[in-house]
Design a protein. Structure first.
Length: 213
């Protein structure tokens, strides 16, 4: 069995989306003073490698705590579009995986964009799903879609059609994945467990790929 960490490190200097704030991690209690160490953590629900719940964009949608724990674990396929010269992930990039996608719970899209994590470029002109490709993919009986970019939608999106397409069907979205190049098996087990917080619209996750038996 080979377990691969697919999550970015959370810290106070980490990259965050335009209108977010960096995490505030304060040591409140120390071993020297109190006999134990405890840290107060303040950060947005969509910080770093994170999962989107339907309630993130769908009025009345499910929050993560309302979803069965099985929603966050299952068999996945790695769809590699990293050699594409286009900023858009099109139907032609996915069609060859059609039969294989029908046998999994998650599609994890490898664009290679995580190499720019920590650079301004990471948030600009990243590869994202074309609406036609997203509609085709949403018709599979999946639990979720993961990607190694900040979003499935375009950087200039205002109505977030791809997000809403998946979330309206109770498919979770996992963004800001990393280390996808370390996955050697086309099929693997994927775990993306969120924190169990009441009525939460998203959560940082410790996403992992599990290869082998």
């Amino acid at each position: 069995m080979n377990i691969i960490d697919l999550s970015h490190l959370i810290h106070s200097e980490m990259p965050v989306y335009w209108d977010s704030e960096t995490p505030d991690l304060k040591i409140i209690h120390t071993i020297e003073k109190d006999g134990f160490r405890e840290t107060k953590m303040t950060f947005y629900s969509h910080t770093g490698t994170h999962i989107d719940a339907p309630s993130h964009m769908i009025p009345g949608g499910l929050s993560l705590d309302m979803m069965n724990i099985s929603q966050f674990f299952g068999r996945a396929i790695l769809v590699d579009v990293s050699r594409s010269v286009s900023q858009s992930i099109a139907m032609t990039d996915l069609k060859g995986y059609q039969k294989k996608i029908g046998k999994v719970n998650f599609v994890v899209i490898k664009t290679g964009w995580s190499q720019y994590w920590g650079e301004l470029k990471y948030f600009e002109n990243y590869p994202c799903l074309e609406e036609e490709a997203a509609l085709w993919l949403s018709n599979f009986n999946l639990k979720g879609i993961g990607i190694d970019t900040i979003s499935l939608d375009r950087t200039d999106a205002t109505d977030f059609p791809v997000h809403k397409l998946f979330l309206s069907k109770n498919r979770v979205i996992i963004e800001n994945l990393t280390n996808l190049q370390r996955i050697k098996d086309e099929f693997f087990h994927f775990s993306t467990l969120p924190l169990k917080i009441r009525e939460i619209d998203g959560s940082p996750v410790r996403a992992v790929a599990i290869e082998g038996k």
